[in-house]
Design a protein around this ligand. Structure first.
Ligand code: GAP
Length: 511
């Protein structure tokens, strides 16, 4: 675990040093859980977004795009349930004045018990060697059995209390477990209260009678309220989908782990409208397609897993997360939800407008059911970054940090270097750069040794470096160096484009 936390720290430092991600308002010591994307970050993020758009919109004739506004009519959030139910249980410590999510305090307590059990298991495995039977140990070791029973009891109190929104029961649980403030050690807690995660602001001037509006906490509602506009103008027939990428805002209480949990983040969501009764089939299809998309980035399959939800939100009849093994362990990366007709039904009720679809195949009019795929772009960015970050020992005892990004996602595709700053080499390198930059993101560099320039481009994941030397002036050949293998070959300069283009091909099967 310590090693993994270490990896996260290294990734955060690397992301800052190489212009991927900066803390927001850095010169003012940052703003909690808000981040800015630097020159390399913005390219990588755009490439991930484009790859998602390609898989969802370009590859599906029955999915079209939308870019709805962040501000929406306040009643949207009443209808969606966010005004009444989009909240976390909050508790303050009266001595430290620190604020916590009450359920997270209990979950951290559970994690400590689990860590103790894991330690016992590790110790026993060492003691018994090959003859160790983990299952038997878990079922018979008195300390482990007691810990597991305690865990079950705590879960059986926490989750039903959360479902009932029973704040008093959660407070009682914290007191019964003797949970102390992790910072001050104090047990002097306030009551637990619900805290709505939506940011609000005023629209219009107060003299005009300004109204309170919200920064959207999910992009999905922009799709729901536009579903008939899109269906009619694009002449879509069910089943069809609407895809959208854009900012979402949540006043997260426990905001930590870099860009994993942010207060301002970007979502890539697709709502797929289907005939009632067919939703389970489509739910299964979208689970498969979305997993295929993740695998098509080249990240190994063992880094992903599904987590099917046992407890479902009131509007869902099936839900699963695609979890990714981040440096801090397996965590939610994407959600796939069968949302029934809850949202469209609620918007019909609150707006008084019919949101029905006439299905000419069965001669029936209905409110469609919806399968949603919802992924955080920033989380995907972190997944890509943490999978790509590689420290390598090289011959001669040197080291390099290389970002093994899939070439189609890399910020720059080609770096062009003149070997020296004289003898007409920069002019020749510029000529090559000018021939390539219309098709690829290229970077021109003439400072430092070639070795140092290679290292800088390894660190940002540039798949190819092209070096122009004196021979280039004679025969128009260059040295092409590949990032991962570090192999160099001499090629005619007019072949660069073809080789690079080939490496950028995206896998589109099964998407
Ligand atoms: N429309 C459904 C929806 O918003 P969600 O599970 O709350 O569902 C979907 O969010 C995805 O958005 C998550 O799987 C995650 O990738 C991303 N996400 C949610 N909250 C986030 C946050 N605070 N920071 C970064 N990404 C977040």
């Amino acid at each position: 675990m310590a090693q993994q936390q270490d990896l996260l720290k290294k990734i955060i430092a690397h992301a800052k040093e190489y212009g991927f991600v900066f803390p927001s308002s850095d010169i003012y010591d940052g703003l909690s859980a808000v981040y800015d994307y630097g020159p390399n970050g913005v390219e990588l993020k755009k490439n991930i977004r484009n790859y998602w758009w390609k898989a969802m919109v370009q590859m599906h004739e029955n999915i079209v795009g939308l870019d709805a506004a962040i501000f929406m009519h306040p009643t949207v959030w009443k209808a969606s349930g966010h005004v009444d139910a989009f909240s976390d249980p909050l508790i303050d410590n009266k001595d430290s004045k620190k604020r916590y999510r009450a359920d997270v305090l209990v979950e951290d307590y559970l994690a400590k018990i689990e860590a103790k059990t894991n330690k016992e298991v590790a110790k026993a495995r060492k003691r018994f060697g090959d003859s160790f039977d983990e299952q038997q140990f878990l079922e018979t070791n008195p300390r482990v059995v007691a810990n597991r029973q305690k865990t079950e009891e705590i879960k059986n109190r926490l989750y039903p209390a959360m479902d009932r929104s029973d704040m008093a029961a959660i407070k009682q649980l914290i007191e019964d477990l003797g949970i102390a403030d992790p910072v001050s050690g104090s047990k002097n807690w306030t009551e637990v209260r619900q805290f709505n995660l939506m940011f609000s602001t005023q629209m219009g001037s107060t003299a005009d009678g300004a109204s309170e509006i919200y920064l959207r906490p999910e992009t999905a509602q922009g799709i729901f309220v536009n579903y008939l506009n899109v269906q009619k103008t694009s002449r879509m027939k069910i089943p069809f989908g609407i895809a959208q990428t854009g900012k979402a805002f949540r006043n997260e209480i426990v905001a930590r782990q870099f860009i994993f949990r942010m207060r301002e983040f970007e979502q890539m969501e697709m709502q797929f409208f289907v005939r009632p009764g067919t939703e389970m089939e489509w739910y299964k299809t979208w689970k498969e397609r979305r997993m295929n998309w993740h695998l098509s980035t080249g990240i190994p399959a063992e880094k992903f897993r599904f987590h099917d939800h046992d407890k479902l939100a009131h509007y869902a009849n099936a839900a699963a997360d695609i979890e990714f093994e981040f440096p801090m362990g397996f965590k939610e990366l994407e959600g796939i939800h069968s949302r029934t007709n809850f949202d469209l039904g609620a918007h019909e009720k609150y707006s008084g407008k019919k949101l029905r679809y006439f299905d000419s195949e069965i001669n029936e009019s209905y409110v469609p059911y919806v399968i949603e795929t919802s992924i955080g772009l920033d989380r995907m960015f972190l997944a890509i970054l943490s999978n790509a970050y590689t420290e390598e020992e090289l011959e001669g005892g040197t080291q390099r940090v290389v970002m093994k990004l899939p070439p189609f996602l890399a910020p720059y595709k080609i770096a062009v270097f003149p070997l020296t700053k004289k003898d007409g080499l920069p002019e020749k390198a510029r000529e090559i750069m000018d021939g390539l930059k219309g098709d690829f993101m290229c970077f021109y560099e003439e400072k430092d040794t070639i070795g140092k320039r290679y290292r800088r481009h390894d660190a940002i994941g540039t798949p190819y470096c092209v070096t122009v030397d004196h021979q280039t002036l004679e025969d128009n050949t260059v040295t092409l160096r590949e990032r991962d293998s570090m192999q160099q070959k001499r090629i005619p300069m007019n072949e660069i484009s073809g080789i690079v283009a080939q490496s950028l091909a995206m896998k589109t099967q099964g998407l």
